[in-house]
Design a protein around this ligand. Sequence first.
Ligand SMILES: [Zn+2]
Length: 240
Amino acid sequence: MPVTRDYRDLNTIKLFTRINGVLVNETPLRIGTGGENLLEAPVDIAVYRVSDVPVIPGSSLKGALRQLAESILASKGHEAHDPWDFEKMEEEMENGNVCVICGLFGSTRLASHVKIFDARPLDPGKARTFTKTGVAINREFGGAWGGLLYTEELVVPNVEWDFKMDIINIRVFREADPSDERASLLRSLFDILMDPGISIGARKSAGHGLIRLRKMSWRVYKIEGGKLTLEDEGEVGKFG
Ligand SMILES: [Zn+2]
């Protein structure tokens, strides 16, 4: 009999886990905004900022973790469907047999069971940036047009960022729920995020954007009759 995974439970929140941690970018980092006006921007490709402070958007972190989750599943022989396969997502919802990836990160039909907040620098003064000049290769015209010079902005390495994530209705801590594949998958994601880390943003192939989770604490809350109570809390990981 096939395993049925009905993850359509978000109308009732029974269990809520808040993760707090510190991310460190070990190499230069740029989560770009893209699309700067080349004539007006001081650099062609700038770092994403909120109120003048560089920020790692939660959506970028979530996207990177989703990709990692897909490759973990693929390594176990479970091929994930395309994130834009609307028909498949529709079918999953109707059958009440949602795939693990959608059951965790959401789909067009199902809200996400995880929420990742924007990561801000713990000390905004240390989130300095530098610019680099590169040569863009014009793929269409190749050598005939030569290279096009551009400047890009990157955040210096070893900035500490505030990591915050919520997990809804999945028991990941203190012990991962053995009956929920998403719980062990999340544990694997946290393990990899701690060591060796994951790459986010631009120029991953050049080794840029390697981030690691340096420390992490979790709090599990139970919600019963509209009341939120702290059930358990703890810490995971390497310190220093
Ligand atoms: Zn799915």
